[in-house]
Design a protein around this ligand. Sequence first.
Ligand code: AMP
Length: 178
Amino acid sequence: MNPSPPTPAEIEQAIRNVPDFPKPGIQFKDITPVLADARLFAGAIDLLTEKFVSQRVDAVVGIDARGFIFAAAAAVKLQAGFVPVRKKGKLPYRTHEQDYALEYGSATIAIHVDALKPGSRVLLIDDLLATGGTAAAAAQLVKRLGAEILEIGFLIELSFLHGREKLRGYPIRSLVVY
Ligand code: AMP
């Protein structure tokens, strides 16, 4: 018999808060206890994909690096392809790049130029929505390839950082909101 699906509250209880990592003042949300628990990991993927199980999804795009874990599992569940958006310099073939602002300085992410077909139906997934800069840049890369973003999904949203404001116009799903 299948175990009962977890609630978002159970997933929240498994997320470990690590103060002052990777630097003072940041409270890091450690999702590894969720991944290590088969029921919670599968349940998180079920919750991230539930709206789309009977729809056509061509690809799930995951954001470097923890986003890959959830996006790849979601892609298998939806019988869709998996496409990585990676930090600049990591993808081997020709890429499109997108800069975005960090608290101090900027960063660049990239996607292969042929990763998505124009008009393809795509879910974008990352582990955590903070200020929204990373996901907004990834969404721009997906749009640059002419694909359609059906939804942007996160395991965790830090709502006090107002990341949703950078993602206006996209449907957003976050399982655990702080
Ligand atoms: P942002 O661009 O500000 O929305 O940051 C989102 C990215 O940074 C995600 O890929 C997260 O993995 C990572 N991130 C930001 N803040 C945290 C945090 N408090 N705990 C864990 N990861 C974080």
